[in-house]
Design a protein around this ligand. Structure first.
Ligand SMILES: *[C@@H]1O[C@H](CO)[C@@H](O)[C@H](O)[C@H]1NC(C)=O
Ligand SMILES: *[C@@H]1O[C@H](CO)[C@@H](O)[C@H](O)[C@H]1NC(C)=O
Length: 497
């Protein structure tokens, strides 16, 4: 009952706070937009660029992509970055989050050969951002790595953390003097889930309950190694900030308010990479270690399928982030299964995930689209889920600095995107309420600046503030209605509800 009341109270606070009012962004709050290398650069084979895992995957398995497309050209930002920066400048953003391509910078996969043309490209993008006073937020790794490393086992190879460390050092050596915000890895929990649990992203190998855990285990080590490299070799001179970005859904329990199930869902998704870095004790969440061990045993495994960190690694990973990069898009309903039905269930947490039929989507399905992938990609708009996640992060990790590194929605309304404006308004409102509640949120990054290549959805899910005409050789960019709306928010630093 106490919990029930507490929950209702939180909802009321979020729900009726400042209705019909104007909310103001705190001083120094950064507002920006995001992209990632594979999704926007194109130029997949120019100069000496190496083949990436994504180049290889989409060229060999076009049937795995909803519209059979690839990102060989996509928005062609490699050749049109000047135009992109002008768009950012016109929008008035404080920062631009983009990623660097591992296979462009290290075409051979190892740091013994660094591509001069790749360095020239990123310096030229940084020059343009500098000229417009836009702060670069550089993601070192946003899912694309050299195919040669994939062939060696990719994130299942225990050498991958070392290879990542070498790559990160090259990035710091070349860019730390002009980039003050780095994100090491993007959404490691989603990367490992899509690659090895759902097997929809390269290398698309179904190893649920083993490969997914090993993948994230190695990504956490990779992150920590890169963090220590920065700390030991670059921080003193350049004094930047290094963080990691995790995607977290909001979780609501079905029927009754079952906070334990909501928390279980949180720990198995968001806590999985976050607890080892941000909690006081480090290592994976207790509940996760316990539950995977129990189920592994029941399935006949000799040891837990969840890999174990040595004490040394727990200590090396703990505290390795100057900020929590949060990507939030949507929420799910969770329901706990009975103990007896858990053993053959696809997941270790023993939860069933569904959507609330009352939640609306910004993107409507076309009658001819039956694809399961598409249906899963169409996001339900649940701003209150973001408030939930922000408060969990505050409570669990002693109120760390949070940058929202992604938040956005795909829509089917073309350039007249009122749905996107509503999504932005409702999510920014929740963020400002959380700030008023004491959450230490320092920035917001809309995903994405341009309509772009959305992985397995190809060009069928468009998140851009800017419309891109993919049938036109010039990839003409045109502002949607939301550009004008967001521009006003940024220039006034106010949110009109
Ligand atoms: C992997 O998923 C399948 C169903 O998709 C399930 O039967 C199996 O138990 C899962 N494996 C593990 C180790 O949890
Ligand atoms: C593309 O850009 C070139 C150079 O600016 C221009 O001459 C041409 O008309 C453009 N084509 C289209 C279809 O907009």
């Amino acid at each position: 009952m106490f919990h029930l009341l507490l929950s209702l109270m939180t909802i009321t606070l979020v729900g009726c706070n400042n209705e019909n009012k104007i909310l103001t962004f705190p001083d120094g709050f950064l507002i920006g937009a995001a992209s990632s290398a594979y999704q926007v650069e194109g130029a997949w084979n120019v100069d000496d660029k190496g083949i990436s895992n994504w180049d290889h995957f989409v060229h060999h398995n076009p049937e795995r992509i909803v519209d059979g497309s690839n990102a060989d050209v996509t928005t062609d930002s490699y050749h049109r970055h000047e135009e992109d920066v002008n768009i950012l400048s016109d929008l008035g953003v404080d920062h631009y989050r983009f990623s660097m391509s591992w296979s462009r910078i290290l075409p051979k996969g190892h740091s013994g050969y660094v591509s001069k043309s790749a360095l020239r490209y990123y310096h030229s993008l940084l020059d343009e951002l500098d000229a417009k006073g836009i702060i670069p937020f550089v993601t070192i790794y946003h899912w694309d790595h050299p195919q040669s490393l994939e062939e060696a086992g990719g994130w299942l190879n225990d050498n991958m953390p070392q290879w990542f460390e070498d790559y990160a050092r090259v990035i710091f050596q070349n860019f730390a003097h002009r980039v003050k915000y780095f994100v090491t890895l993007n959404e490691l929990n989603i990367y490992c889930t899509m690659a090895y649990r759902r097997a929809e992203h390269p290398p698309a190998i179904k190893l649920n309950g083993t490969g997914d855990y090993q993948c994230l285990h190695n990504q956490l080590k990779a992150h920590a190694l890169a963090y220590h490299v920065y700390d030991e070799e670059f921080r003193k001179e350049f004094n930047g900030q290094l963080g990691i970005t995790t995607l977290c859904f909001g979780h609501f329990s079905k029927d009754t308010i079952d906070l334990a199930s909501e928390d279980l869902a949180y720990e198995f998704e968001c806590g999985w990479p976050s607890h080892p870095i941000f909690s006081e004790t480090g290592d994976y969440p207790e509940v996760m270690k316990k539950q995977v061990a129990l189920r592994s045993k029941a399935q006949g495994y000799k040891t837990s399928r969840l890999p174990v960190f040595s004490e040394d690694w727990v200590a090396r990973i703990k505290g390795t982030s100057d900020f929590f990069g949060l990507n939030y898009y949507s929420s799910r309903i969770v329901k706990r299964l009975s103990t007896s039905s858990r053993i053959n269930w696809p997941n270790d947490e023993g939860l069933e995930y569904t959507m609330d039929p009352k939640w609306v989507s910004a993107q409507r399905t076309k009658n001819n689209i039956q694809s399961k992938v598409i249906l899963q990609l169409i996001l339900k708009v649940v701003p209150e889920g973001l408030g939930k996640v922000l408060r969990k992060i505050r409570e669990k990790y002693n109120n760390p600095t949070v940058y929202i590194t992604e938040n956005g929605v795909s829509s089917s309304s073309g350039k007249n995107d009122d749905e996107r404006i509503n999504y932005l308004r409702s999510h920014l409102k929740v963020i400002l309420s959380a700030v008023n509640d004491g959450c230490n949120i320092k920035g917001y990054t809309y995903w994405s600046l341009l309509d772009s290549y959305e992985w397995e959805a190809g060009f069928t899910a468009q998140f851009g503030l800017m419309h891109v005409d993919f049938n036109d050789a010039n990839r003409t960019r045109t502002p949607k209605k939301s550009v004008h709306w967001l521009k006003n928010v940024i220039s006034t630093r106010k949110l009109f509800l």
